[in-house]
Design a protein around this ligand. Sequence first.
Ligand code: HEC
Length: 108
Amino acid sequence: MCAQRLVLWFQALLISLQWGVVFADAETDYNQTCAACHSLGVAGAPRIGDAGAWKDRIARGNDALFKNAINGYTGESGVMPPKGGFNDLSDDQVREIVIYMVSRSLDE
Ligand code: HEC
């Protein structure tokens, strides 16, 4: 658990070094909101970094992911609340977070 956190933290650090400011914001937003479910896979949420859980979703295209993240939906594994339940996030913020999540979950 602790080691896993360290690895996640290190990956996040690398990503933010690589992608700079754009992702720094999205990453902070992610950590304060979506991470509650998506970091550990709570309630059937696809875990960030789990390429297998994201492959088919990513294949449907960003627009489909944006729409489902913003409006919410019920899928085979669980319920994704609209904006994760964080209505203060703008649609653009949610889109940036989704791109961040996808970038962390690609099959290398
Ligand atoms: C309460 C838990 C919870 C929170 C908080 C949450 N999600 Fe989810 N999310 C889920 C679950 C569960 C699924 C999978 C639903 C399914 O496919 O059955 C999901 C799926 C997704 C997907 C995949 C959509 C698709 O079309 O396959 C995206 C993208 C996503 N969430 C983005 C976000 C973003 C961005 C946030 C933060 C703003 C967020 N989630 C917060 C539970 C959550």
